[in-house]
Write a protein that binds this ligand. Structure first.
Ligand code: NAD
Length: 474
């Protein structure tokens, strides 16, 4: 099928590259000319395992292309909107990018002379009701275009609202990929959700996703193999509003599960229980499940905080106070300070100390620093007068570029980081950190404090290395 994906960030680029891999012809659009140029030359602006290979294969097969020209891309039968919806100061999502794209699609539809019915798909995470709003904006875009040109471009123009609406259908297709395993998650998802009030949209998206739904494709070798026994993907078809709500509810649940673990961990610490053992003990109950029960420095990233704020805002618009969701956010904010409190306990004086942060990315296998706990912790420590060093396998350069104001000393390796540190804090659970020889780390440090903010090491191995401080919740 002919597909366009508007917005070539973490979601749009991965979606475009995967759909091209599956045999569709995909045009990825982005407003940023430097990004488009780099992608067209086969260079991914983001770090995502396996993406470079898929990008190269897509470009070589000519099934994947990049452009800044949304007008041309809007000729496709299916147009995904995958632009950012970042949080505004009040916590509500900034919808201006979606708004611009929806209007431009309307312009492009009006300007085209074909009889193709477009399916416009909201893949961006957007508030409930956005499907209807996008529909309105596309119609407005069509109207603008007819006015702009002075005379209608279609023969006779589109006489009325119903005729305009007939040229397209809107769907919600929320994205659940996780950065760091985004391609794997796209090709082997737990489910695909399609929300639409129009059967044309559901049918088109079913066709787009058919290879994934039936798993009829040769797995790419650049990523981990298809999970054993993975044969088909459940398709959840709903109305527009329910699909939009599914995305928010899923993220709210996951974030709450982590905040729950942290709440229990904080109590564990006080009563002398070991949160890791407690989580294993409860997680084996199949109603609970072991995943997402890891106490640590709290959740971060571009989605959880933003999506929870948005959901809390939506509830507020309908005069509902979502107490549980507000608490999940509050627990998370407090959790980032737990590391600071532990450092104060262990070092007593923080001012003038050298503190090393192992990891900057909000989670392993990504270079994404959006709402990363590392940044909150670094800012707090710098504010307290400490000298802060940092090492991340991939996100160091990104941090240097994005936060030139942050007075960090960048290290080249874990050992380089530890050299001269009074304390080291493990913030991101990169796999290479689990292989660190703690005794060697201890030798090059000036002090003996090691805070394992992700419970990567057992307490005994930290102690054996002559380090103190421990993990979270134990
Ligand atoms: N990142 C994730 O893990 C993830 C997961 C699920 C859902 N989402 C949602 O997906 C959406 C996109 O997230 P992302 O992380 O990919 O964002 P991103 O910031 O990485 O990418 C957005 C891209 O859109 C481009 N853009 C902005 N305005 C444009 C326009 N008018 N025309 C063309 N391109 C335009 C930007 O230049 C940028 O490249 C968000 O709503 C987010 O909440 C993200």
């Amino acid at each position: 099928m002919q597909i366009s994906v508007v917005g070539s960030g973490y979601v749009g680029l991965v979606t475009g590259a995967c759909l091209a891999y599956l045999g569709h012809t995909v045009t990825c659009v982005d407003i940023d000319p430097a990004k488009v140029e780099s992608l067209g030359a086969g260079r991914s602006p983001i770090y995502e395992p396996g993406l470079d290979d898929l990008l190269a294969a897509g470009l070589a097969s000519r099934r994947l292309s990049f452009t800044t020209d949304l007008g041309a891309a809007a000729a496709a039968e299916v147009i995904f909107i995958a632009v950012g919806t970042p949080p505004r100061a009040d916590g509500s999502p900034d919808m201006q990018f979606v708004q611009n794209v929806a209007r431009s699609i309307g312009h492009a539809i009006a300007a085209s002379n074909d009889q193709v019915t477009r399916v416009i798909v909201n893949k961006s995470t957007v508030p409930v009701g956005s499907g209807n709003w996008v529909e309105m904006l596309v119609v407005e875009g069509q109207r603008d275009d007819e006015r702009d040109g002075g005379k209608p471009r279609r023969s006779g123009g589109l006489a009325n609202e119903a005729e305009r609406r007939g040229t397209f259908a809107v769907a919600s297709n929320p994205e659940f990929l996780r950065e760091g395993s985004a391609i794997h998650d796209t090709l082997y998802p737990d489910r695909i959700v399609i929300g639409a009030n129009d059967a044309r949209a559901v049918n088109a998206l079913r066709a787009v996703y058919e290879p994934i739904l039936s798993q009829q494709f040769t797995p790419p070798t650049a990523i981990a193999p298809r999970p054993e026994g993975f044969r088909a993907v459940p398709l959840v078809v709903t109305d527009l509003a329910s699909a939009e709500m599914i995305k928010y509810a899923a993220n709210a649940f996951l974030a709450t599960k982590i905040s729950f673990s942290n709440e229990i961990a904080n109590i564990c610490e006080r009563v002398g229980a070991d949160a890791s053992q407690v989580m294993r003990g409860i997680g084996l109950d199949s109603r609970i499940g072991t995943r997402f029960l890891n106490p640590g420095v709290g959740w971060g990233g571009s989605c959880f905080g933003k999506d929870l704020s948005a959901l809390i805002g939506i509830a507020g618009e309908y005069q509902y106070d979502p107490e549980l969701l507000r608490s999940a956010v509050a627990v998370n904010e407090r959790q980032r300070q737990v590391v600071i409190r532990k450092l104060q306990n262990a070092l007593k004086i923080v001012k003038g100390r050298t503190i090393g942060l192992l990891g900057l990315a909000f989670k392993p296998d990504t270079d994404d620093l959006r709402d990363a706990p590392s940044i909150t912790i670094a800012e707090a420590l710098i504010g307290m007068g400490a000298r802060v060093k940092a090492y991340d396998p991939v996100a160091g350069d990104v941090c240097f570029r994005q936060r030139p104001d942050l007075d960090l000393v960048y290290a080249e390796s874990a050992e380089d980081l530890a050299a001269g540190c009074d304390a080291v804090v493990l913030v991101t659970e990169w796999e290479e950190f689990a292989r660190i020889d703690l005794s060697r780390l201890a030798k090059v440090m000036s002090g003996d404090v090691f805070i394992d903010g992700r419970n990567v090491f057992d307490t005994s191995s930290i102690e054996r290395a002559g380090l103190r401080g421990g993990g979270i919740g134990r």
